[in-house]
Design a protein around this ligand. Structure first.
Ligand SMILES: [Zn+2]
Length: 159
């Protein structure tokens, strides 16, 4: 089988950032897939499942309630390698276009207090597997070290 596009990105040269992975045409509408890379692949510890799960619940809730992007949000979920997340939006974007949205979203998560949305047996398949303090810590780290001072190298995949 052919190697799919996302495996052709050189993970040895990747730094945490916000990248456009692909733009697909679905029934005549462009759909943009973003890679939100929160840790440096194969260089620093990956995130644990509990904090990834918490970020998934918080970010999905944030996006689906957003005044501008609720209607455009198709998917938000974790990468299997536990180094980041996928965001899929309806429309054609550059990674720079969504930095304000990502700052807003990661600020929301860094500041979050109270009950995690959807963290109940009725609403989730593993609702006890949550770690809000670590989700907040990682969100703040990504905000401070990546989003608030993002460089071209953190917006475009190495060729
Ligand atoms: Zn869940």
């Amino acid at each position: 089988m052919e190697k799919i596009t996302s495996f052709t990105v050189d993970h040895l040269r990747l730094v945490p950032g916000v990248y456009v992975s692909r733009i697909d045409q679905v029934a005549g509408t462009p759909i943009t897939t973003f890679d939100l890379r929160m840790t440096k692949p194969n260089c620093e510890p990956v995130m644990n499942t509990a904090e990834i799960h918490t970020i998934e619940h918080l970010a999905a809730t944030f996006l689906r309630n957003h005044k501008e992007f609720a209607e455009k949000t198709i998917y938000f979920g974790p990468m299997g390698c536990r180094t980041g997340f996928y965001l899929i939006l309806s429309g054609e974007y550059t990674s720079k276009d969504i930095i304000p949205l990502m700052i807003e979203m990661y600020q929301f998560m860094a500041d979050f207090e109270g009950d995690i949305p959807g963290a109940a047996a009725k609403d989730c398949g593993n609702y006890l597997d949550m770690n809000l303090p670590m989700a907040k810590y990682l969100s703040k780290k990504y905000l401070d070290e990546v989003l608030l001072s993002i460089t071209e190298q953190q917006l475009n995949y190495p060729n």
